[in-house]
Design a protein around this ligand. Structure first.
Ligand code: FES
Length: 293
């Protein structure tokens, strides 16, 4: 049997390798970062406040409104025109927050190929918005034929943009909790000798194939997944304060005690492991099912 090969892969590879797209994405990201910073506005756009990424949720509103408008344009007849126009307008309005949350996600991409692909996705969405805006103007001007032609063109570009967004999430894992596929350590497992941990100095330790962050404070040892849930930054290279550890990549802060998010843009808590000291060895186990939120 022949292997299944995707006819879209060459096009995807060409986009990923585009230096121009990467440079444009970098410029947009830097500008966006300068304007928005790392405070509450960034957390709002990332979705930290609801512990869920904001962009995928909003895309449903925009794509749903525009898809419904396009269907009414083609199949709804004259009576459906007000509904189609209304939905076209809803799609345009909702595209603004959708685009802002998408820009926020683009800003967090660290891999150049993923950034190129993210930039292509963003450009296709800008083209979609422009076409729907022209379609809306044509509707208000009474040019129904032009409006429908533009909505069809917009739908085609939107489908391409959605394809790229799906590729980024489902093939590249951009935006996925970076610890989602870490299996728990079911039994107490030795991680390191207690006297090898220096007080207040984080250590990265591999335990049963898991990449762990260990921090000793007095006789207490904290153990968290070392790969940041947000985009995979190395927590052991981050900074510490009394309560938390701050990731060096986008400055999300996680509580040492339970891994909860103290500051975004992360939306998912950091998995934490149970720790016990046995005969001078630091042993870890977990995360327990109840601890996985
Ligand atoms: S990788 Fe983005 S905050 Fe850690």
């Amino acid at each position: 049997m022949d292997p299944i090969s995707s006819w879209t892969d060459p096009a995807i590879r060409a986009l990923e390798r585009s230096d121009g797209l990467n440079a444009m994405g970098k410029w947009v990201s830097n500008t966006f970062h300068r304007l928005v910073g790392t405070g509450r506005a960034k957390e709002a756009l990332a979705g930290t406040w609801m512990a869920h990424p904001a962009h995928p949720m909003l895309t449903d509103v925009t794509i749903g409104a525009w898809t419904s408008a396009a269907i009414l344009d083609v199949l709804g007849g004259e009576r459906a025109r007000p509904g189609a126009d209304f939905l076209a307008g809803i799609g345009i309005l909702s595209a603004v927050p959708t685009a802002l949350t998408g820009l926020s996600d683009l800003t967090d991409i660290v891999d150049p190929e993923e950034r190129s692909l993210g930039t292509a996705h963003a450009l296709a969405n800008v083209g979609t918005l422009a076409l729907w805006s022209l379609s809306y103007v044509a509707r208000k001007a009474g040019s129904r034929r032009a409006a429908i032609g533009l909505s069809m063109a917009a739908s085609a570009v939107m489908t391409g943009a959605g394809f790229l967004g799906g590729h980024l999430s489902f093939r590249k894992g951009v935006g996925v909790d970076q610890t989602a596929f870490d299996p728990p350590i079911e039994d107490w497992t030795a991680a390191i000798a207690m006297d090898e941990l220096k007080d207040g100095q984080p250590r990265r330790v591999m335990v049963a194939g898991r990449n762990l962050f260990l921090l000793r404070r007095g006789e207490r040892v904290h153990a968290l997944a070392n790969r940041c849930t947000h985009r995979g930054g190395p927590l052991h290279k981050g900074s510490l304060d009394d309560d938390g550890v701050t990731c060096p990549w986008h400055l999300s802060t996680f509580r040492l005690e339970d891994g909860s998010v103290l500051r975004g843009p992360a939306t998912a808590p950091q998995p934490t492991y149970r720790v016990r000291i046995s005969e001078g060895q630091v042993e870890v186990r977990g995360p327990d099912r109840d601890d996985l939120r």
